[in-house]
Design a protein around this ligand. Structure first.
Ligand code: OOG
Ligand code: MG
Length: 259
């Protein structure tokens, strides 16, 4: 039996987000298993729901080599995106509302049907997908120096902070998502680039993995969920005044400013 106090760790991380303060990572003092970490995340999600926030969809993280190498962790994780995190395409994020934000380019899926694991495949995900859009995710780990172990980042809702979703939805059968080239620009300069295949071979595989991970907790993907499949590129630091743009071949563009 674990004696970890999931609720108090969740409130500690919640407070760090609200107060925009870096905190010492949990596992420095309290060992957490992956299972413990998802229990903390569940409490954190419950806390946000109690405060009146709504879930937009689950998200996957650490699904590409670029991200795993950059963050020094080896396994995909999931978290949840809430309504207060959504920034309109072409809109702004406020630097003072965040701790040490970074941005990454992703492909997002808008689900047309529920998907319940286990045993879900990428092909089943594509059949249940209504639209795909390019997205920019702004991650803002609550931990000092953006450094963590796998259980730490799971407990911290996978560093979720803000998201900008492209507003030109495309049917998933219109393109080969693994072959889609994605370029991340900051202030007109290329910061990073990659292809859809960087995300576990195909972004739909990331969602299949998510459905199978959720099934272990008796949860499923729901029709209407907007789901980030994970950074194709490494994440780039943001500063006041930055203009960020992602272009995805056949999917179009998505952008925001940092004020
Ligand atoms: C964890 C969140 C990872 C992604 O797309 O890989 C993530 C982090 O890197 O802080 O959202
Ligand atoms: Mg991400």
């Amino acid at each position: 039996m674990s004696s970890v106090d999931y609720k108090s760790i969740a409130s500690f991380l919640h407070l760090a987000e609200v107060e925009k303060r870096e905190v010492v990572r949990i596992t420095k003092e309290t060992p957490l298993s992956i299972e413990d970490a998802y229990r903390v995340q569940e409490e954190l999600v419950a806390l946000k729901l109690e405060q009146g926030h709504r879930i937009v969809g689950p998200k996957m993280g650490l699904t590409s080599r670029a991200k795993m190498k950059q963050m020094n962790v080896e396994e995909p994780i999931y978290g949840y995106i809430f309504d207060y995190m959504v920034v309109p395409d072409g809109g702004s994020i406020k630097r003072q509302e965040l701790i040490h934000p970074k941005v990454e380019a992703e492909i997002a899926f808008i689900m047309g049907k529920d998907i319940e694991g286990p045993g879900i495949t990428g092909a089943q995900v594509l059949a249940a997908t209504e639209y795909v859009v390019p997205a920019l995710e702004i991650i803002d780990s609550r931990y000092e120096n953006f450094q963590f172990t796998l259980p730490d980042v799971i407990a911290d809702n996978a560093s979720s902070s803000r998201v900008v979703i492209g507003n030109r939805p495309i049917r998933p059968d219109q393109l080969e998502l693994d072959l889609v080239g994605v370029t991340l620009f900051i202030n007109g300069e290329i910061k990073d680039l990659g292809a859809g295949a960087a995300v576990v071979g195909h972004p739909a595989n990331s969602i299949a993995m998510l459905a199978n991970m959720l099934a272990r907790r008796g949860e499923k993907i729901k029709a209407g969920d907007v789901i980030l499949t994970g950074g194709i590129t490494g994440a780039a630091m943001l500063s006041v005044g930055d203009t960020v743009l992602a272009k995805a071949d056949g999917l179009g563009e998505v952008s925001f400013k940092v004020s």
